[in-house]
Design a protein around this ligand. Structure first.
Ligand SMILES: Cc1cc2nc3c(=O)[nH]c(=O)nc-3n(C[C@H](O)[C@H](O)[C@H](O)COP(=O)(O)OP(=O)(O)OC[C@H]3O[C@@H](n4cnc5c(N)ncnc54)[C@H](O)[C@@H]3O)c2cc1C
Length: 271
């Protein structure tokens, strides 16, 4: 048997899911399972109860809300984001970046909420959310609260979502004169990121979020011009980790190069 013994709950509403999470200290939400089941197999996590969110249709919706903003349920999969007409109309960069994640199997199962709640520094979506200024709705026993992307990611595998809470929705503003861009250097064609950068440009100003160079995305702002962006990244004093895939110095170099490329794509209105 691969997994340690674990209880399984399959609630039919968010309220019921929250009740199960609060009742068991060792309970964990199960979304697409693309990270959680792997860490359980490796015995790096051993929840007592898995709270499967699969039946919560209310967490799957992708809708255009007030002011045309995009409201995406945490359980929307990457494949659903890629196919969504709402995403294509409001913030197509989200579909374009989701299409770069791993393979079809991972994209069919993996969810927006799972990607963000994992807070893996090598994941594609945390820097994108930081660059776009997304907001996260978190539900708990006391009700809902809304957290900005800048305050959502707290560390490696740590977010503002407490163990007895759920990320329910991600809200992204409609494009209002912005261009968005993303670039990454990955391990192999569809592999994990060695470094990545997401950018949004408005009125000549770029907001760039750098991934894989710290525990959480590092946000820098600069004039939307190559040398200014490179200078801003260098001035950020990055101290990235070095590993078998890239030394710290190479990652620091990549961060500046990818930031400039992401801003260039944002200026061209493509990603
Ligand atoms: C082979 C492979 C390659 C991959 N490559 C990449 C890659 O290149 N880029 C990339 O970005 N990702 C990559 N991933 C990770 C993948 O994107 C996962 O889908 C993602 O990290 C987790 O999403 P999930 O829906 O599978 O969440 P799960 O694995 O089910 O959950 C992950 C964590 O988030 C928590 N969680 C999930 N949803 C919620 C919620 N709504 N509220 C509160 N907590 C929640 C869970 O309790 C758990 O702790 C890869 C995965 C695999 C297996």
């Amino acid at each position: 048997m691969l997994l340690a013994e674990v209880e399984y709950a399959r609630p039919s509403s968010v309220d019921e899911a929250l009740r199960v999470l609060s009742a068991h200290e060792g309970a964990r939400a199960l979304a697409g399972g693309q990270t959680l089941t792997n860490v359980m197999k490796a015995r790096a996590a051993a929840p007592d109860v898995l709270v499967d969110l699969a039946d919560l249709d209310e967490l799957r919706r992708i809708v255009r809300g007030a002011d045309g903003r995009l409201e995406i349920g945490a359980m929307a999969t990457y494949s659903e984001l890629i196919a969504s007409p709402e995403v294509a109309a409001v913030r197509p960069i989200l579909a374009e970046v989701s299409a770069q994640i791993a393979d079809v199997q991972v994209r069919n199962r993996g969810t927006l909420g799972g990607n963000l709640c994992t807070s893996d520094p090598t994941n594609h979506l945390p820097p994108l959310m930081a660059a776009l200024g997304a907001t996260m709705t978190i539900a708990g026993a006391a009700g809902e609260r809304v957290v900005k992307a800048d305050e959502f990611f707290l560390g490696v595998y740590m977010t503002a979502v407490a163990p007895d809470e759920l990320l329910t929705k991600v809200t992204i503003r409609a494009v209002d004169g912005e261009g968005d861009g993303f670039d990454a250097v990955t391990i192999g064609r569809d592999g994990t990121c060695i470094a990545n950068a997401a950018a949004t440009v408005r009125d000549g100003q770029a907001r760039v979020a750098l991934g894989c160079v710290a525990a959480v995305p590092v946000v820098v702002s600069a004039a939307a011009e190559e040398s200014a962006v490179i200078e801003a990244v260098r001035a950020a004093g990055l101290d990235p980790p070095g590993d078998v895939h890239a030394s710290a110095g190479y990652r620091r170099h990549l961060a500046a190069v990818l930031a400039a490329r992401a801003v260039g794509k944002a200026l061209e209105g493509r990603s």
